[in-house]
Design a protein around this ligand. Structure first.
Ligand code: NCD
Length: 307
């Protein structure tokens, strides 16, 4: 039963519960007009303590398309946090007003902490460089549609694997499917955090390698997950400038790639994927962003128990 649950970490739901969400998302994709009233009278609170356009608009569009309504703030300065209110009080207040909450916060762990004070479902919409479980639902649904399976896949994750929370969440989620091989492609300074390797990849004895050059491994990949260098988490502008263009995927780099490679990106893109790739049938990132809205519709409906 998903009704009433929080979603803080990609492993909060079982693989079967995830399938339930994806099944519903696929139904919504097929016939969105059947779902325009299912959240009639329900209210989503969006608490964005860290700026976001895409994820916030995706949540808002999802709720509005289900017939629900939305209240919230998009930066803490426009909330009573600016007056010094603590997180538990903000959450208790918004939980009293709304039926479900989506929360983004720059501090790792804040949504988990906040959820203890919420008697309505609270969804982590990204916490610092930690986790981003609804992006992962988006990524998994896209993989399911593109590949027709979640097993027996070689996935390359490329770019900022250190600060990229979408990468951390996707590794956690994909580690639960059979025979998935991970190729972790990053500059030395932006390697996957040790805790992800120790707690997920090493603990489960999963097949993974760390490399620096995309060209060396691209022909092995079924999925290529490109990411942006996370400028806002750098302490030093010079390091960001030095690393930001480490990988630029273009036609030349794709030469040896498989014909059925699936190229994903959580967006926003900066320079990591040349625009010449956008018309390549292997580019799935704009479909992926659309699936993000549909999967959030399915998630909201399930957590509210309206379907
Ligand atoms: C990602 C995020 O916020 O972590 N974007 C998103 O959710 N659409 C990736 C990123 O910002 O690079």
């Amino acid at each position: 039963m998903l009704k009433g649950k929080h979603l803080i970490d990609p492993q909060d739901f079982s693989v079967e519960e995830l399938d339930e969400i994806f099944d519903l998302a696929e139904e919504i994709i097929k016939k969105p007009e059947d779902f325009t009233n299912v959240c009639d009278g329900k209210l989503l609170g969006t608490l964005f303590f860290e700026p976001s356009t895409r994820t916030r608009l995706s949540f808002e569009s999802a709720m509005l398309r289900l017939g629900g309504k939305v209240v919230g703030f998009s930066e803490p300065n426009s909330s009573s946090v600016a007056k010094g209110e603590n997180l538990p009080d903000t959450i208790r207040t918004v939980a009293a007003y709304t039926d479900i909450i989506a929360m983004r916060h720059p501090k790792e762990g804040a949504p988990r902490y906040g959820s203890q004070y919420s008697d309505v479902p609270l969804i982590n919409a990204g916490d610092g460089g930690h986790q981003h479980p609804t992006q992962t639902l988006t990524d998994l649904l896209t993989i399911r549609v593109a590949k027709g399976k979640m097993t027996d896949l070689t996935i390359g994750l490329c770019g900022d694997l250190k600060f990229g929370r979408t990468v951390h969440s996707l590794i956690k989620a994909m580690s639960r499917y059979e025979n998935v091989k991970f190729i972790l492609i990053s500059p030395n300074e932006l390697k996957t955090p040790k805790y992800i390797k120790a707690e997920i990849l090493d603990r489960k004895s999963l097949d993974y390698v760390e490399v620096e050059k995309l060209e060396d491994v691209i022909e092995q990949l079924d999925i290529l997950y490109m990411t942006r260098v996370q400028k806002e988490r750098f302490f030093n502008e010079a390091d960001y400038i030095r690393l930001k263009d480490s990988y630029i995927l273009d036609n030349a780099k794709l030469k040896t790639a498989k014909d059925d490679l699936t190229i994903l990106h959580p967006l926003p893109r900066v320079n990591e994927i040349s625009m010449e790739i956008d018309s390549d049938p292997r580019a799935w990132y704009f479909k992926q962003t659309k699936y993000g809205m549909f999967v959030r519709m399915a998630l909201i409906a399930k957590l509210l128990g309206v379907r």
